[in-house]
Design a protein around this ligand. Sequence first.
Ligand code: GCB
Length: 608
Amino acid sequence: MKKAHLFYTVFLLVTTSLFAQEPLLVNTYNRNTTSLSGAWNNIIDPYENGFYNYRYEPFENQENPGNGAFFMNAKAQNPQDLVEYDFDKMDTLQVPGDWNTQKKELLYYEGTLWYKKSFDYKKSENDNRVFIYFGASNYETDVYLNGKKLGKHIGGFTPFNFEVTHLLREKGNFLVVKVDNKRKKEGVPTLNTDWWNYGGITRDVKIVETPKVFIQDYFIQLDPKDNKKIICKIKLNGDQKSSKKIRVTIPELHINSEFIANEEGCIDQEISAQNIQFWSPAIPFLYDVQISVDNETLTDQIGFRTIRTKGSDILLNNTSLFLKGISIHEESPMRGGRGHSKEDALQLLTWAQELGCNYVRLAHYPHNEHMVRLADKMGILVWEENPVYWTIDWGNQDTYANAQNQLSEVITRDKNRASVIIWSMANETPTSTARNTFLNKLATFTREKDPTRLISAALEQSNYNGNPLIRTISDPFASQVDILSFNQYIGWYDGPVEKCQTIQWQIDVDKPVLISEFGAGAKYGHTGNRDQRWTEDYQEYLYQETLKMIDPIEQLAGFSPWILIDFKSPRRVLPEIQDGWNRKGLLSEKGEKKKAYYVLQEYYLHKK
Ligand code: GCB
């Protein structure tokens, strides 16, 4: 099979199989939507009493679930009725938002919590279809509308939606959502992480209204092999989708083309374009793109650029580029908790840009779509990461399917973002046959789903031929990646800082090398001696010595130190220093700059 053909087939297969019942709608920013943000009633349910009967059988499997099932939103009609809950008398939580930072008693809660939102909805056209879209909800989510199950989603950081056309009423809908953030051995991520497991409906929930036949998904990107051509794949959804006329317009490129959808409602075309202004950090130019079918026009702002590697160079639009990066967790500066708003995204990316970055590593899971849309506008390159972290249950097929599905969902969501250049498969995973098979499969899947971007993973370093003074990467997965990335903590976990002066690097691979992490913990305002752990001086010294140590690595194409701001981690309990925070931020959680910030800023200022 020809490569282009294979890509097309995989695009269809992946989209159809995942979308078979519940097509994932891309670009909900520019569709006809109604936000369900705001106060939702909730019930904390650690025993899952509203889900299982006293024989521990799910109510939803019973023909008549009865008044015990919370998704029925039951109300006592008569004085003798037995209903042991009442959503409307319960307290509320804000959606979007994690629950841990909204209520003191939920600070460390991991378990099931039910949400209920009542709403009226009148369609703008009788024939239209309606979906309920979740930006993300952590970790397992069961969704019910008007007492009927819509479906379940697993994974805390990617979008999903359900069609509700036939269940929706004009008045008195009730949407009940059960969210369970218990960590699981077989989960992705698994039991053990170095960040707090925020629970809840953490991202926007929207009602999306579409025509009967609508634009479900599209991929409009520069052809990596010919930068005068724009790949244009579009997929329609609806019973009458075959043979529909689809129009693609990019006014600034004088493109106005019409295509006829095939039997499956798809097109796969290339459009020639002259004088494209390529997207780059220096000029993050975005074109207005319009796709029209019947009376529906979906718009997007899309940048066109190429990204590839050649030997040890990363080439953006065929020009070599050094990735001046920083790693970021998606926590809201100032407010605390999981970031969820455009303002949160703007604050994080503005700080990264002020530091001198042209690149960010969004660790350790897909961040909000706000982040990548803003990165497109601000001209910041992005590494996106799947939450395959540390010790995943490698031999478990369901775990693999879950990891692949989460990656698939973020690729579906972000494949039109020029800023996104790297899909990262995993972080610091211990090599074994089962792990290698898992990651290889994931990489093959990713290349087939999106052959236009680079693949990497944050690997670990090791001694070179047993010599602890020479370091290398001997991970078998190194042969699969486009960019060889690794984390290293010489001077912190493997320290003192002076050790940096004794280490050499011998990396025998002709690929760009990225150091995906290095860093040291420092409490803002705690100053003293550079040999004293937790002082800003120690962290500053570590940055100075690390930069000297890694500079001679011939293939070095960039790095993303750990980390922009201090973040919550229940592993970090040292009183007066950590108090529940990982302190490796260059800024405190309140945005105060530590000394090491200026070392990196200075380096980036002069780095070409
Ligand atoms: C790492 C992990 C990161 C941790 C960091 C640390 O290597 O990738 O998730 O937070 O080290 O601070 O130990």
